[in-house]
Design a protein. Structure first.
Length: 516
């Protein structure tokens, strides 16, 4: 497929005039536009440093990082476009990214030269701007020019059509971020496979030089048989691992995302009367929070969980179609994504009536104790997995104390038992940033088994969930679900709870909800 051609066009119901006279008329008598040249955005220098770090890992290799294409929701309607996180991280281009854009890092000397390919603004002499409902300016708005984006991101820019020549010259030393744009990946794969096949075994090094686990031999050549497998996954892995430690600009974005998310929770509480009165109050919770997300950010960072009553025991409850009743707890797991694509991830469990019942209070206090115990050990140098262990220690002790376990807490904590995990089957923490579950392609020894460093941002989110039909717990506990989730920054000598200002203690939560 030609790189500049729009992936789809609606032709079977088009009424756009095709006569030369119409084309001449609609293409004429337009006022000149002043092309405003922005100064380089603050993030540009940080993005350049990130590219330099990736360059050091892949000397001599061409790196192709697509933003991705719009995804179909139904028929000719797309989901709102969101650039791939690796692309946004390496360019600094967030919610304004033009779909189909591609960052190419071309080997040059000891490093790489970066070029951003994208579909720039089309002239009025083209029929694209009025006749193409997918990318035309009349339909989707004007696109920036090459010069404007180049100045904004401090990057060299070229027309997307020129990417065809780059793809055609692909060799075994070309790595693609595969998941971002499968169609582009397939095109590169085909060219690489043909190039390796035509070169022969002596030139590719497949008969005398061994390949490592990435499929790249010591000369930097990729074995064609591995091109579609582990050979190119290394780019996704390395791009993920670049985000494990946030730079100063990213930390500031995380603070802002948490702040606006807190306002979203307050909006929900302010609407509680209407929410309780509606038969699908959970939907109103979702809508109220989404309004704040669109007003103060780009959108929500993930589908909002608005789980009232026993819906709170469904870990990823996003149907949000139930009532919100006085006397129930409502578990709200929500985060706002900024235009930079950095997102918060906060959970608060709130008593709808404004006061916790005795059982709700007991469960909530146990979860809060687990969260605080986990936070207390966070500091540089500890293993990431220790956070989960600290929270689980409390969960085991409290559920054993309440008589819910068939063994003692100490026995339950043994690897071959883990009875307490019946009431909390998820993990306690995950990295956070551009993705709500950030750095997901990072290697296990750098993630779960990794060591904490200053600048890492992750969640602490213990919970207790007693299913409505769970016969191992007393009836009064059944249907109670509680989770408390905060966003944590590792500092030079400890940690900071970025979301501590969003009420989380029982007294603060009840005061937050109090209404006449």
């Amino acid at each position: 497929m030609d790189a500049q051609k729009a992936p789809r066009a609606t032709t079977n119901r088009s009424t756009t005039p095709r006569s030369d006279s119409f084309k001449d008329y609609i293409s004429s008598q337009w006022a000149d536009r002043d092309e405003v040249m922005p100064a380089a955005r603050e993030e540009a220098a940080f993005a350049a440093a990130r590219r330099a770090r990736l360059s050091e890992l892949h000397r001599g290799e061409r790196l192709v990082v697509p933003a991705g294409r719009a995804k179909v929701r139904s028929n000719d309607c797309d989901y709102p476009f969101r650039a791939h996180s690796a692309f946004a991280h390496l360019t600094g281009w967030g919610s304004a990214t033009v779909p189909g854009s591609v960052l190419v890092l071309e080997p040059a000397g000891d490093g790489h030269e970066a070029t951003l390919y994208f579909r720039a603004s089309a002239g009025r002499e083209s029929d694209e701007f009025y006749a193409d409902p997918e990318i035309g300016e009349f339909w989707t708005g004007p696109r920036p020019s090459l010069a404007q984006v180049g100045a904004d991101l401090d990057l060299a820019t070229r027309e997307l059509a020129e990417l065809d020549a780059v793809v055609a010259s692909s060799t075994g030393a070309t790595l693609v971020l595969r998941e971002a744009d499968p169609e582009l990946t397939a095109r590169v794969d085909a060219v690489v496979a043909a190039a390796v096949d035509s070169a022969g075994p002596d030139e590719t090094g497949t008969d005398e030089t061994g390949t490592d686990e990435t499929g790249t031999d010591e000369t930097g050549t990729i074995d064609a048989d591995l091109t579609s497998a582990a050979a190119v996954d290394v780019l996704a892995r390395d791009a993920s691992e670049l985000r494990l430690v946030k730079d100063a600009w990213e930390v500031a974005q995380m603070r802002q995302a948490v702040a606006v998310t807190g306002r979203g929770f307050s909006d929900v509480i302010a609407d509680f009367d209407d929410i309780v009165a509606h038969p699908r109050g959970e939907r109103l919770v979702e809508g109220t929070f989404n309004r704040r997300a669109r007003a103060d950010g780009n959108t929500v960072g993930y589908d909002t969980i608005a789980a009232s009553g026993d819906h709170a025991c469904v870990l990823h409850w996003t149907r949000n179609d139930g009532p919100v009743a006085d006397g129930d707890l409502i578990l709200i797991d929500a985060g706002i994504e900024l235009d930079s694509l950095y997102t918060a991830d906060i959970t608060r469990t709130l008593p709808v009536s404004g006061r916790f019942s005795d059982v709700q209070r007991l469960v909530y206090e146990a979860v809060l104790e687990a969260a605080d115990a986990a936070f207390a050990i966070v500091r540089p140098g500890i293993a990431f997995r220790e956070i989960h262990a600290a929270a689980m220690q409390v969960i085991a002790e409290r559920t054993a104390e309440w008589g819910f376990l068939p063994v003692s807490a100490a026995e339950s904590l043994e690897p071959d038992h883990q009875y307490h995990r019946r009431y909390m089957v998820h993990g306690t923490s995950h990295h956070l940033g551009m993705d709500v579950h950030d750095c997901a392609a990072a290697r296990r020894d750098l993630y779960l088994d990794g060591v904490l460093e200053p600048g890492m941002v992750f969640t602490i989110e213990p919970g207790l969930y007693f299913q409505p039909d769970d016969l191992t717990v007393p009836e009064e506990f059944r249907g109670v679900g509680v989770r408390i989730e905060d966003d944590i920054l590792v500092t030079a000598d400890g940690a900071e709870n970025l979301s501590v200002g969003i009420p989380r203690t029982i007294a603060d939560v009840e005061a937050w909800i109090a209404r006449p």
